[in-house]
Design a protein around this ligand. Structure first.
Ligand code: SF4
Length: 368
């Protein structure tokens, strides 16, 4: 492996990035990974506890990246002032850009960088892909560890002959005939890129990884500068159960905010928790998570309320003050209980899954 390629992994405070860091440290100790954490100054205490536990596990420091380092205010407050008190929202997400993405891109500069991202094998979403060509994302928990931009380049019809040559170089067994049939079938309205990708992965993940690696040698991607890449042999596919197991078995532990807490509403019992990491006031929270914050971290909820002024609120249609009126709390809990009941027939028993789509929305820089 050449030394000028940096390997980095962002710890968001969520379970998946923490588990990925543990997984890579244990399985690929030869990778010299730099772990970093973009601190908004507004995280829950549980997040800072997780960072500490990980540092103990790795025996090394997780690098803190802070936006507006010379400011006397926490990074979020510094930029809120610049934005004239305009609170971020899902449609105006200046916070992710200013507090996470820009400090990260400044930190890596122009170095060729492999960035490991903890999107799980049981998720159907793409992670953050930098617009900077020197930053390449790799997704070790998925069967397909390559980013969408790499896949769309390699599977172009014009590359069919090149792929045939690359596969012939690496496969000399009975699988080759079947693989070449797949490779030679051009993309069309009936055979989409995803069909082709899945067929090639089903035939052999390791062979596919190897030909992608070879293909990248003639590109500007950071991996073109590496002679080898240990993850080429990785055929693992890790889902939510694996993530919880990795965190528990390592002793690092699952961040406490994922733990279900029982609440009572008119004699009916329910459970709530927080579904993701990130700032305590994050606007991606659902109503029941705001109620969780109000009841479990009243100090943080009060601080979140203090940001709501001059007509700006965290939620579009309701202020936090309105949300915590007793009748409104009962209504939110009641609706949540009904929703929970509707999901009991679904496969997953995780409360996180009951907080429907909770993880699909939002930002991989904050919540993985
Ligand atoms: S956690 Fe939410 S509020 Fe904080 S930076 Fe990310 S998107 Fe913005």
């Amino acid at each position: 492996m050449t030394n000028n390629v940096r390997h980095v992994l962002g710890i968001s405070g969520g379970k998946d990035s923490a588990a990925l860091a543990i997984y890579l440290t244990d399985k690929y100790p030869q990778l010299d990974i730099e772990y970093y954490f973009c601190d908004t100054g507004k995280e829950l205490d549980e997040t800072y506890m997780l960072i500490q536990n990980l540092e103990i596990y790795f025996g090394k420091t997780i690098i803190r990246l802070e936006a507006a380092q010379n400011s006397h205010e926490p990074p979020f407050d510094h930029f809120l002032k610049i934005y004239g008190g305009y609170l971020p929202s899902s449609t105006a997400r200046w916070c992710t850009k200013k507090l996470k993405l820009e400090p990260f891109e400044k930190w890596v500069g122009n170095d060729p960088v492999i960035s490991y991202v903890g999107i799980r094998g049981d998720e159907d979403r793409e992670g953050y892909i930098s617009k900077k060509i020197n930053i390449q994302s790799i997704f070790p928990f998925r069967k397909n560890m390559w980013s969408e931009d790499v896949i769309s380049k390699i599977l172009r019809n014009e590359n069919i002959q090149l792929l045939v040559q690359l596969y012939e170089k690496h496969i000399d067994n009975v699988k080759l005939k079947r693989i070449l049939e797949i490779v030679n079938e051009p993309l069309s309205s009936k055979f989409h890129q995803l069909n082709k990708l899945n067929a090639l992965l089903d035939a052999s993940v390791m062979a596919f990884n190897q030909i992608v690696f070879d293909f990248l040698k003639n590109t500007d991607y950071p991996l073109s500068k590496s002679e080898t890449f240990p993850l080429l042999d990785n055929e693992d596919l890790l889902g939510r159960d694996d993530i919880f197991r990795i965190l528990k078995d390592s002793g690092v532990g699952v961040p406490k905010y994922y733990e279900p807490i029982v609440f009572d509403i008119d004699g009916n019992k329910g459970q709530y928790c927080r579904s993701r990491s990130g700032c305590y006031f994050c606007f991606f929270q659902q109503n029941i998570e705001w109620i969780w914050l109000y009841e479990q971290h009243p100090d943080k909820f009060k601080l979140a309320m203090e940001y709501e002024k001059d007509g700006y609120t965290w939620m579009q249609d309701e202020s936090l003050e309105d949300l915590i009126q007793p009748e409104r709390i009962s209504q939110v809990k009641d609706e949540y209980l009904k929703r929970t009941a509707r999901t009991t027939n679904k496969k997953s028993s995780y409360l996180l899954d009951i907080l429907e789509n909770a993880e699909e929305e939002g930002c991989t820089a904050c919540f993985i």
